[in-house]
Design a protein around this ligand. Structure first.
Ligand SMILES: [Zn+2]
Ligand SMILES: [Zn+2]
Length: 230
């Protein structure tokens, strides 16, 4: 894994004061959007329309410093436990962070030399994770679930949220898979996979080693979205 973190000049966690450093950053090329607001609308709207990510909690949900949040639910229902109390479906849940970037004048960044169109990008952040459905009495964690639990390659996760739920949520958001398996919504259609945006845009996903002291996460990715043919 290369570490071009310096090229993206990611802001410090103190800009937002979230519990976790945002594990996904969206960069939208200036040729695609007239404003930072339009960049947020482009990405969150795409995720709503193509992955089902909407704010349908129907009750107050702690924002944890975010400006809006969304989820897609009813995923990968697990009934493998002998005790039905542990049966559950999953949520892909994301919190979006953008207003503090505007307030600190760090909502635009110049990117060069990462194999994507050079220029100015409007950027904002997301904190994404995969978990036991919000409505379930045992939300957010059931340890022995083969999908969201401390199992398989995540068996050694010291902290279930940072060690499994966050990297799993990032995998689903980027690739549309959980532990390599494609995830579909109950009504059909993919539940994630922003890489499919390359059908209409130039999309480049860069994994970054979260090596700054305030980056209390395991996996971190930057999604660069540009015009096709640039
Ligand atoms: Zn959540
Ligand atoms: Zn689970």
């Amino acid at each position: 894994m290369t570490n071009p973190a310096a090229r993206f000049a990611l802001p410090p966690r103190s800009v937002f004061e979230p519990p976790s450093y945002p594990n996904v950053w969206f960069y939208v090329h200036e040729r695609l959007v007239p404003s930072h607001e339009a960049a947020v609308t482009l990405v969150t709207g795409w995720l709503r329309d193509h992955c089902g990510l909407t704010d349908n909690f129907g009750h107050w949900k702690p924002p944890e410093g975010s400006d809006s949040q969304a989820r897609v639910g009813g995923l990968q229902r697990w009934v493998g436990s002998a005790d039905p109390a542990f049966h559950h479906a999953h949520d892909l849940h994301i919190r979006y962070y953008y207003i503090a970037l505007r307030q600190t004048g760090s909502e635009w960044a110049t990117v060069e030399g990462v194999g994507a169109p050079s220029g100015r990008y409007a950027r904002f952040a997301g904190s994404v994770h995969y978990e036991v459905a919000d409505e379930h009495p045992l939300h957010p964690s059931i340890d022995d679930c083969p999908y969201c639990g401390r199992t398989g390659s995540y068996a050694q996760a010291a902290d279930l949220f940072a060690g499994a739920h966050e990297p799993l949520g990032l995998e689903l958001l980027l690739r549309g898979t959980i532990r390599g398996d494609l995830v579909t919504r109950p009504g059909g259609g993919p539940a994630g996979g922003i890489e499919r945006m390359q059908e209409t845009h130039a999309v480049r996903i860069t994994k970054i080693r979260p090596d700054k002291p305030d980056m209390n996460i395991v996996d971190l990715a930057v999604v660069l979205i540009g015009p096709r043919g640039a």
